[in-house]
Design a protein. Sequence first.
Length: 151
Amino acid sequence: MLERVTDRARKVFSLAHEHAKALGHGAVHTGHVVLGLGTEGDGVAANVLRFSHVDLNALAARVAVQALVPGEASEEMIALDSASLHAVQMLNHNYCGTEHLLFGICLLPSLSGASALTEVGASLEHLGDEILKLLGHFDLHYSSLLESFNP
C-alpha cells in the first residue's frame, strides 16, 4: 500500500489474523479487519465504531459465518488496499491509518466487512462521515469520496 502504515494499522492486521485463526477461517478477509479495527482500542476507527455503538460481539458473530475461500479473501484484501489508498489520497495524507482502512471498507459495500457492519445496523455513510468529522474534514462528506472512487 504505502511506505508509511501506522503502528495501529499494522496492529489491526495482526489482530485480523488472530480473529481469522480463532474463528477457524483459512484466510483473512475484510470482516476480520473490521474486528481488528474494533478491538485495536485506540485508533480513529476504534473510536468511530465505539461512538457509533457498533456491537463488537454481534459483529464477531456475523464475521464467524463469513468464511471465504483464499482466492476470494485475497481479492477482498486487494480491493481494501485500493479503497484505503483512495481515502489516503483524497484526504491528502501521507500515511495509512485505521481511519483509512475503515473508510476503505465503507467505500465498498460488497466487502464482507462492510456487509457485517450493515448487518449489525451500522450505516456505512454514517461511519464515513464520522471518520471525516473526527479528522477535522468538515468540508468533506462520505458521499463525495464515494462518488470519486472508481474501483
